[in-house]
Design a protein around this ligand. Structure first.
Ligand code: NDP
Ligand code: GUE
Length: 275
């Protein structure tokens, strides 16, 4: 089995972004946070660090876990109207009573670098230019980087969230793949995923995908980032179990994650250019 690492691809995307940024005025990304979730805060810190590495300014608007939907909306509206800000991202999870889907409508689509505004998803579905959620874009970038053919091929996405599964299904359709989307109500998951030549797991359950879910030779992309008891990170795929069956697998950590962060920054540089 081949291991499809994301670190080199992420480094190449960051280098390309840094070169692009060096030519013009400094792009600015604003990240709105309203959570104490440790995994989420880790991601925010890694965005800030990577941004500074490529010459993008990163502002954190930390409203805290007690933030209200109104407070979050007003912050998103203010940042959307601020000509000095080029990218706006609303980090999830949000406090109870605040809906990411509803609030994301307050992000100017021109600054929606994580593709969270429903308008961005609609444009993506219609085949119009739009920012895709960085994670969905990262899956496509990894498939392209490793030369995985998509046209006409059977692809199965496990997970239908607005951040990953749904936008990814549209991106795959746009490349003429044959796409099946599974979720928690799917009957006999293994029977469906076994049809996949390309299988993407975006669920959030460590080790859900085992040998019985994978057909021999399949390319498997693991989006899951599940915290383990020892402070580590596990994917949705039981990598030891599928090692003898999969043709290729992305590792966790070191697979989709680093590419996601790099693409969020590329999107921010693009948003600054397009202004
Ligand atoms: N590396 C990265 O850049 C990123 C990683 N992630 C990770 O990806 C994973 C998914 O994230 P996200 O999409 O936000 O998660 P959500 O919880 O929003 O969605 C999970 C999806 O999985 C489905 N699901 C849950 N249990 C099962 C099951 N037993 N069988 C089949 N489907 C199931 C759900 O179905 P239903 O709709 O029916 O509830 C839902 O569609 C998480 O581990 C997250 O941490 C997320 C974003 C970025
Ligand atoms: N609006 C929104 N968009 C997101 O994209 C989003 C979000 N909210 N909320 C939280 C999740 C989680 N997420 C990760 C991204 C990168 C890594 C990543 O790079 N992880 C490293 C390892 C980290 C470690 O070792 O702890 C890796 O996979 O190599 C992880 C997790 C994006 N998310």
């Amino acid at each position: 089995m081949k291991t499809l690492t994301g670190k080199e691809l992420a480094a190449a995307i960051r280098a390309e972004t840094a070169a692009r940024v060096a030519d013009g005025p400094q792009p600015r990304l604003a990240v709105v946070v309203a959570t104490a979730d440790e995994a989420s805060l880790w991601y925010v810190r890694s965005i800030a660090k990577a941004a500074s590495g490529v010459g993008i300014a990163c502002d954190l608007a930390d409203l805290g876990p007690g933030a209200t939907a109104t407070g979050i909306r007003e912050t998103l509206e203010r940042l959307s109207a601020d000509p000095g800000v080029h990218g706006v991202m609303l980090q999830t999870p949000l406090p109870p009573g605040a809906s990411a889907q509803e609030l994301a409508a307050a992000i100017d689509p021109a600054k929606d670098v994580d593709g969270a505004n429903p308008l961005s998803l609609g444009r993506l579905a219609a085949g119009l230019p739009a920012f895709a959620p960085a994670t969905a874009a990262a899956v496509m970038a990894l498939l392209d980087h490793y030369g995985v053919a998509l046209e006409g091929r059977r692809t199965v996405v496990v997970g239908r969230s607005t951040v990953v599964g749904k936008p990814l299904a549209h991106l795959l359709l746009g490349r003429n793949a044959t796409v099946t989307v599974c979720h928690s109500r799917t009957r006999d998951l293994a029977a469906v995923t076994s049809t996949a030549e390309v299988l993407v797991a975006a669920v959030g359950r460590a080790g859900l995908i085992g040998a019985e879910h994978v057909t021999p030779g399949a390319v498997v992309i693991d989006v899951g980032t599940n915290p383990t008891e020892d402070g580590g990170l596990a994917g949705d795929v039981d990598s030891a179990a599928v090692a003898d069956r999969a043709g290729a697998l992305t590792p966790v950590p070191g697979g989709v994650g680093p590419v996601t962060t790099a693409l969020l920054l590329r999107h921010t540089a693009q948003a600054a250019d397009l202004r």
